[in-house]
Design a protein around this ligand. Structure first.
Ligand code: KIV
Ligand code: ZN
Length: 505
């Protein structure tokens, strides 16, 4: 019989843990809405005890997103578990996911606990969680480097205490597919309660050796029936297993895996874009499934083959992941009604206020750019509707630049309804603009990263700039688009600064 593998999405928890990915509550809800459309089985909405912001997002997602299981992570500690429950209890399907490390190095050096103490704490905390919530998941952290016999023992004990899902994490991305598959097989063989009580075996793989997806798939073959993963594979260090790669491997090679998932694969591309836009983490062009080149055929011989029969070089169709050609959709003369209809077609449902904001942005863009495609509209929504509230806003920017003069900029920003103006020179026009902004905001964040890419083809394409700025050991991401790349650069810098002021007022 074909097994259905549950997809547990941890973009909002493990994914959000990667440097610079921090999302605000509204952005997390937007991603959770899209995850629901994607039809994931479980959304790990956050780590409720980590901060008031995390708690608020898990709670709001539990209140607003109905259908998927909504889960919060909790260390095996009383306060963590109680806080997790306070946040997820608003869901119709709440889950508490508790964990404790089980590898010798973690127990000895990090926890400073003996293996017996670890087992006892795991049992006590699963029992406590079970009193609050019927659906409990337990993870032996760093399972990939744990002693197998110890793993069997702790897994049997927490199942006895009430855990319904056992997640086996390869926390540091150390194992290989052969070892990880064998580990899953052995866990199932050596803990009879798994079969007796129909316990779900889940896997959670990190990508330090680039093996996260391969390890997850090896585990599926070995009997795992839940996979934890993130959109675009974002996550700690080298990231987590990528949802889209796992799902499309299972779908495309159904002949081999003989299982399926409930994922609506035609929502994959949109999910990938949304996560990339809101986190500022760009997708590498050659990324499997969702990279810009994933369905591009450059070599003449390939193009000729694809024209004759798509299957010569394409093992999946772009439509499978919801990638339609960025059609020309609207132009300068399109009205509010046509714009609203197009948004509806593309699956967006905006409030009246956000629709108005988006429409104004569309009109401004249409003055500068002749053809507006779906990708431009996606950017308008991501950039103008879901951005952090603005502490500083651009009033005007003018620059002088060229081969014979020192680049300089005059920037006027609106701050609390007042205009503040400053001038600066720089090594280039972007540097001059950033220096003038620094004078106005009176701090000098470190520019950690600056990238620019064209959104669509043509010389009137919008430039999309992503910056990361650092302050007090934290990284803030900003995102800006415009047909003028200096303005796009200023918008990106200022949006990172606005985040900085919101998160560190
Ligand atoms: O990588 C890991 O071990 C985790 C656990 C908390 C599941 O993220
Ligand atoms: Zn993890």
């Amino acid at each position: 019989m074909t097994r259905t593998i549950k997809i547990f999405d941890t973009t909002l928890r493990d994914g959000e843990q990667c440097p610079g990915a921090s999302l605000n509550v509204e952005e997390k809800i937007e991603i959770a809405r899209q995850l629901k459309k994607l039809n994931v089985d479980i959304i790990e909405a956050g780590f409720a005890i980590a901060s008031p912001g995390d708690f608020e997002s898990v709670k709001t997602i539990a209140k607003q997103i109905k259908g998927p299981v909504i889960c919060s992570l909790a260390r095996a500690r009383k306060e963590d578990i109680e806080t997790a429950f306070e946040a997820v209890k608003f869901s119709d399907n709440p889950r508490i996911h508790t964990f404790i490390a089980t590898s010798p190095i973690h127990m000895e050096k990090k926890l400073r606990m003996t293996p017996d103490q670890v087992i006892n704490q795991a049992i006590d905390m699963v029992k406590l969680a079970k009193k609050l919530c019927p659906d409990i998941e337990f993870s032996p952290e760093d399972a990939g480097r744990s002693e197998p016999e110890f793993l069997y023992k702790i897994i049997a004990a927490v199942i006895d205490a009430g855990a319904l899902t056992i997640n086996i994490p390869d926390t540091v991305g150390y194992t290989t597919p052969w070892e990880f598959g064998r580990l899953i097989e052995n866990v199932i063989k050596n803990v009879p309660a798994i079969k007796e009580k129909n316990v779900v075996i889940s896997v959670h793989c990190h990508n330090d050796l680039g093996l996260a997806v391969a390890n997850s798939l090896a585990a599926v073959l070995a009997g795992a029936n839940q996979v934890e993963c993130t959109i675009n594979g974002i996550g700690e260090r080298a990231g987590n297993a990528s949802l889209e790669e796992i799902v499309m491997a299972i779908k495309t090679r159904k002949d081999f895996f003989n299982c399926n998932t409930a994922i609506k694969t035609d929502e994959i591309y949109k999910s990938s874009r949304l996560v990339s836009n809101l986190t500022g983490l760009l997708v590498q062009p050659n990324k499997a499934i969702v990279g810009a080149n994933a369905f591009a055929h450059e070599a003449g011989i390939h193009q000729a083959g694809v024209l004759r029969a798509r299957e010569t070089y394409e093992i999946m169709s772009p439509q499978d992941i919801g990638l339609t050609e960025s059609k020309l959709v609207l132009g300068k003369h399109s009205g509010r009604h046509a714009f609203a209809d197009k948004l509806k077609d593309m699956g967006y449902s905006l409030t009246e206020e956000n629709l108005e904001k988006a429409f104004q942005k569309f009109k401004n863009l249409a003055d500068k750019k002749k053809d507006i495609g779906e990708r431009d509209i996606e950017i308008i929504i991501a950039e103008e509707v879901y951005i952090a509230p603005e502490t500083y806003a651009i009033e005007s920017i003018s620059i002088k630049s060229g081969t014979t003069i020192k680049p300089s900029a005059e920037v006027k920003l609106l701050y609390k309804n007042k205009t503040i103006a400053e001038k600066a020179e720089g090594s280039g026009p972007v540097d001059a603009v950033y220096k003038a902004i620094d004078k106005i905001i009176k701090i000098q964040p470190k520019l950690v990263d600056y990238t620019i890419q064209a959104i669509t083809g043509g010389t009137d394409a919008q430039g999309e700039v992503t910056v990361r700025i650092g302050k007090n050991d934290r990284v803030f991401v900003g995102h800006g688009t415009d047909t003028d790349i200096i303005i796009a650069s200023a918008k990106a810098y200022l949006s990172a600064i606005n985040r900085l002021f919101i998160l560190q007022p």
